[in-house]
Design a protein around this ligand. Structure first.
Ligand code: DX5
Ligand code: ZN
Length: 224
């Protein structure tokens, strides 16, 4: 089956002293989205990027699609801030919101696409009743908090299960996978049913972004 594939480099592994140039470089190399990992030292044990940085990046790259992955708790107060800063899509973890349905609505009310993120051990049941509020499901294939971790193999059957749910819903919902994606496993992740691939260290840890993204695209069969 041919899908429109998207590759979303995570700037978590970029050179933070040169973020604008790093984004320019991956977009010029063919990246589709820019993945922004927001961590709060509370929901996850790390501290990264706030709305001010997204606002500066939006000004720097007006056409870019900023895929903002919130690993924060609580979530709701930050949604208007990231939407105003220029996020294109905002995703969050259901464990970090008291009212998942309300948070999903809030994201769309602020003009962004909405996504729900499932940790490796989070059951799929949290997708029940909210499929109509989703533009994206993001499956974590590592535990959130750090770049450069290894892909957890049990994510593969889980991807297939989410793909079945999305197809059964008949809705246009993207299935993104985040964590440990490299040139040598991206094809397997696609075969399991993913259409959008976050890659942090696999992209920014290499010296030639063109070559890395071309190799990933080749593994995907040139799709997208
Ligand atoms: C982890 C983040 C990921 C991370 C992926 O909490 O959500 O987006 O940057 O990094 P790699 O691709 O290096 O596993
Ligand atoms: Zn992420």
């Amino acid at each position: 089956m041919s899908r429109q594939y998207r590759i979303a480099p995570s700037i978590l592994s970029a050179d933070f002293a040169r973020l604008g140039a790093e984004i320019d470089a991956v977009l010029a190399a063919g990246a589709d989205w820019v993945h922004v990992d927001v961590m709060d030292n509370h929901y996850v044990p790390n501290l990264t990027i706030g709305p001010l940085v997204v606002e500066a990046l939006r000004r720097h790259a007006p056409q870019a699609f900023f895929d903002v992955h919130l690993m924060v708790e609580p979530v709701d107060a930050l949604i208007p801030a990231f939407a105003a800063a220029g996020a294109s899509l905002i995703s969050f973890h259901p464990e970090a919101s008291r009212h998942v349905d309300r948070t999903l609505s809030l994201i769309r009310e602020h003009g962004c696409e909405a996504g729900l993120v499932l940790n490796p051990a989070t059951p799929l049941a949290c997708l029940d009743y909210v499929m109509d509020r989703l533009d994206l499901v993001l499956l974590m294939s590592v535990n959130p908090g750090f770049g450069g971790q290894s892909f957890i193999p049990s994510a593969l059957p889980k991807i297939a299960q989410v793909r079945e749910r999305i197809d059964a819903s008949g809705r246009d919902i993207r299935l993104e996978v985040d964590g440990g994606i490299k040139i040598d496993n991206i094809a397997a992740v696609a075969r399991a049913g993913a259409d959008t691939f976050v890659a942090g260290s696999a992209v920014f840890g290499t010296s030639d972004y063109n070559a890395t993204l071309a190799a990933m695209r080749a593994e995907l069969g040139g799709g997208g």
